[in-house]
Design a protein around this ligand. Sequence first.
Ligand code: SF4
Length: 251
Amino acid sequence: MLLSTKGTITYGPVRSRRLGWSLGINALPPYRKTCTFDCLYCQYGRAAPVSPDTARPGFPPVDDVLAAIEEALAGDIPQPAYLTFSGNGEPTLHPQFGDLVDGVCALRNRLVPDAKVALLSNSSLAGNTEIASALSCLDVRIMKLDAGTDALLANFNRPWPSLGLEDITRGLRSLPSVTIQCLLAGGPEGNSSHDDIESLIACLQRIRPRMVQLYSLDRDAPTPTLACLDTARLHAIGRLMDRAEIPTMVF
Ligand code: SF4
């Protein structure tokens, strides 16, 4: 079953598989997917990717985002361990992403100093110098990489046409302590053939992440030609990565 897009700036705290209790920050336009990718498995369903260079209406101003977080933290909620940029698409598309990161980190220091500021990103803008600088200020960067060739990136993640793997790889390599999140799927349009995994490992060896999180589909994908990989197959791929000296966890 697909998820609905969010209408609010904050959500949760939710207990995620990878972060534990986390207050979600959706600094993206409400009620629609806004993303530079259109992954075959997207939990929000299919929608054309957006250009990273075009001004887009509907993003909440930085002050509104900070006010919403402050209001959420003042409510009767469990103390979150993370404040996490995620939501209706790609968080780094926010036109003032650097100011947003600075503001959320300052708010965290004042109100929940034990919490970490995290982000889930598709990595598409990691090669942009300003975005990379803002990403470096975060405590936790969980960055997507599902493909090790431009052809597979184009078929599986369906990015905006100007986005390519070389920029993404170079950007990810420049960031400190990156966690890579990698969704693997089988089926005719999957990304887990022998060649797919070999090219992915070569890419990861260039990036040198602190950890790779491997997982497969856990919801219905909008594309019936994708299939979930079982845990045994994920562990087998994890062993190949471990042999290439890439630390891996299977979820
Ligand atoms: S990067 Fe995330 S939000 Fe964007 S299309 Fe892929 S799964 Fe959906």
